[in-house]
Design a protein around this ligand. Structure first.
Ligand SMILES: Cc1cc2nc3c(=O)[nH]c(=O)nc-3n(C[C@H](O)[C@H](O)[C@H](O)COP(=O)(O)OP(=O)(O)OC[C@H]3O[C@@H](n4cnc5c(N)ncnc54)[C@H](O)[C@@H]3O)c2cc1C
Ligand SMILES: NC(=O)c1ccc[n+]([C@@H]2O[C@H](COP(=O)([O-])OP(=O)(O)OC[C@H]3O[C@@H](n4cnc5c(N)ncnc54)[C@H](OP(=O)(O)O)[C@@H]3O)[C@@H](O)[C@H]2O)c1
Length: 264
C-alpha cells in the first residue's frame, strides 16, 4: 500500500470559548512530527462524517502548543459558510483527524536577530501562532520585552486570556525560572468597550501612537521586531504603517524586523 503524506490522529480534548464560533482542540501528535514555534500544520477531514473515509478537505492551522509539549493543540473559528470549520466543530473526543507529516511556515523567530522588543500583533485566531511562541521558554530568553496585542470584535473572543495573564505574572511555567516581568498583554476590542484599552482597531492605535503609549514602548525599527498575523486587510494596513516607519521583512541572509502571516 502506498505510504500517505499524512497520519490519522485522535482528538483528545475540546474547549469551547464562544459557542458556535470559537473553540480549541487537542490531538495526538504524529510520530516524528517536528516544528518550530509559529509554524502551521495541515489538517484534513473526510468529505463524509464516516470515520474511515480518506481525508479530502485540508486547511492550514497554526500550532498553539510548543514543540516540546505532548500532543498538539489548535485554536479555531467556525465560519458558518465554510467547508472545513463546520465539520471540524462537530468532532468529539476520540474522533479521527488527519495531519500532514510536515509542518510549514515562516512566522518564526529565526527571521529576526535576537534582542530588543518583540511585538506580537494578531487579530482573531491569529493569536494561535503566538501561543506556540510564548509556550516555548526559548522565546523568553531572546528579547528584553514581549508585547502581545490581540484584537477582536467582542470581549468574549479574548480566548486564552487567563493563561496569558498567568504568563504576564509568572512567565512560562515550563521554564521554572523566576523574574519574568517582561510580557505585556494588550487586549483590544472594536465592538464593545474594554476597561483598560480603547475601542479602536489596532491599525488606528498604531497610526495615532496610542499602542506605543499603552505598551510604554516605542515601535522603533532599530530595536523592535514585529510579527503580524490574522486578518489579511489588517495585515495590509499595518504593514503599510510599519513600512513607513522603516520596518521591513527580511531577505535571504539579511534578517528583517517584520514577519507576516495571512490567515485567508
Ligand atoms: C498559515 C495559516 C494558518 C492558519 N491558522 C489558523 C488557525 O490557527 N486557526 C483558524 O481558525 N484558522 C486558521 N487558518 C485559516 C484556516 O486555514 C481556514 O481558512 C479556516 O479554518 C476556515 O476554513 P473553512 O473551510 O471553514 O472556510 P474557508 O473557505 O477556508 O474560508 C472562508 C472565509 O472565512 C473567513 N475566515 C477563514 N479563516 C478565518 C479565521 N481564522 N478567522 C476569521 N475569518 C476566517 C475568510 O473570510 C474566508 O474567506 C490559517 C490559515 C493559514 C493560511
Ligand atoms: N464576530 C461575529 O459576531 C461574526 C459575525 C458574522 C460573521 N462572523 C464570522 O467570523 C469571521 C470574522 O472573524 P473575526 O471576528 O475573528 O475576524 P475579523 O473580522 O478579522 O475581526 C477581528 C478584529 O480585526 C479587526 N479588523 C478587521 N479588519 C481590519 C482592518 N482592515 N484593519 C484593522 N483591524 C481590522 C476587527 O475590527 P472591526 O470590528 O472594526 O471589523 C476586529 O477587531 C467572518 O469571516 C465570519 O465568518 C463573525
Amino acid at each position: 500500500m502506498a505510504e500517505h503524506k499524512y497520519t490519522r490522529e485522535t482528538v483528545t480534548s475540546i474547549t469551547q470559548w464562544v459557542p458556535h464560533k470559537l473553540f480549541s482542540f487537542s490531538t495526538t501528535k504524529p510520530a516524528g512530527f517536528t516544528y518550530v514555534p509559529g509554524q502551521f500544520a495541515r489538517l484534513g477531514l473526510p468529505l463524509q462524517a464516516a470515520q474511515d473515509s480518506s481525508p479530502a478537505i485540508w486547511r492550514a492551522y497554526s500550532m498553539v502548543t510548543a514543540p516540546q509539549q505532548d500532543g498538539l493543540e489548535f485554536y479555531s473559528i467556525v465560519v458558518p459558510a465554510g467547508e472545513f470549520t463546520p465539520r471540524l466543530a462537530q468532532l468529539r473526543v476520540g474522533d479521527a483527524i488527519y495531519i500532514d507529516k510536515s509542518a510549514f511556515g515562516f512566522l518564526t523567530l529565526d527571521r529576526f536577530e535576537p534582542g530588543g522588543n518583540l511585538w506580537l500583533i494578531a487579530t482573531g485566531t491569529g493569536l494561535s501562532a503566538y501561543l506556540s511562541l510564548l509556550q516555548d521558554p526559548n522565546t523568553w530568553k531572546l528579547f528584553n520585552r514581549i508585547i502581545l496585542v490581540h484584537g477582536v470584535r467582542h470581549e468574549e473572543e479574548l480566548a486564552y486570556r487567563q493563561k496569558i495573564l498567568e504568563w504576564v505574572a509568572q512567565g512560562p511555567a515550563a521554564d521554572g525560572a523566576t523574574g519574568f516581568t517582561k510580557l505585556d498583554y494588550l487586549p483590544i476590542a472594536t465592538r464593545e468597550a474594554l476597561a483598560h484599552t480603547p475601542q479602536e482597531r489596532i491599525t488606528t492605535l498604531i497610526a495615532n501612537g496610542q499602542l506605543e503609549a499603552l505598551a510604554n514602548c516605542a515601535l522603533d525599527p532599530a530595536v523592535s521586531k514585529v510579527m503580524l498575523c490574522g486578518n489579511p486587510d489588517m495585515l495590509l494596513e499595518a504593514r503599510k504603517l510599519l513600512s513607513e516607519r522603516g520596518f521591513a521583512v527580511g531577505r535571504r541572509g539579511n534578517p528583517g524586523n517584520l514577519a507576516v502571516e495571512n490567515y485567508w
